[in-house]
Design a binder for this molecule. Structure first.
Ligand code: ADP
Length: 170
């Protein structure tokens, strides 16, 4: 088996869309590791708001300021993607005790699948722990009037317009 780089981490998610919570984990992960790959998971069981191409392009734009961060889409098992990247670390963010419980099971399953890959957790920043992509989609679909202004505390600037464009009646 090929050697995995312990200074290279992979951060996976749906990023539908990328939020300030994700961005905070990416910023901190990029400072900890030499290289960080953001993996956009294509899950056939989920019906995303944004297409894989849209998510990839929005992530590339928002993450352009980070020279050691790259963006890729992937399908299939996360551990396989991490190994294909040559990374030894899977980075995850945790917001709540519920997140920790879910992540615990996931980590044990991933460890059984590929013991060479270590999972590293970062606690959500206190300003971001309430943010989730699904909450943001709800705000965008139900809000009226000054939604664009309100979304500034949840989303990177570049993502506000593309999100509102998905709800043209707003
Ligand atoms: P999925 O929908 O596939 O679970 P997400 O995009 O919701 O993917 O999450 C990807 C990763 O980012 C997960 O580790 C998740 O716990 C973490 N995460 C999501 N939102 C936040 C946030 N606000 N702060 C910190 N970590 C977060």
């Amino acid at each position: 088996m090929s050697e995995l780089n312990p200074h290279h981490a992979v951060y996976v998610g749906s990023f539908d869309p990328l939020t300030l919570g994700h961005l905070d984990i990416i910023r901190r992960g990029a400072a900890l590791f030499d290289r960080l790959t953001v993996g956009i998971g294509l899950n056939p069981d989920k019906q995303p708001l944004f297409s894989p191409d849209e998510r990839e392009s929005m992530c590339r734009t928002a993450l352009a300021p980070f020279p050691n961060v790259e963006v890729k889409c992937f399908a299939g098992l996360t551990v396989n993607f991490v190994r294909e990247c040559g990374a030894a670390v899977m980075l995850r963010g945790v917001r709540t005790l519920t997140d920790i419980e879910l992540e615990f099971t996931l980590t044990l399953a991933n460890r059984a699948l590929d013991p060479a890959i270590e999972t590293v957790f970062l606690m959500a920043g206190e300003k971001y722990s309430h943010i989730s992509s699904s909450l943001i989609k709800q705000i965008a679909s139900l809000g009226r009037g000054n939604t664009s202004e309100q979304l500034k505390s949840f989303l990177p600037r570049e993502i506000i317009e593309p999100l509102l464009a998905k709800f043209p009646s707003k």
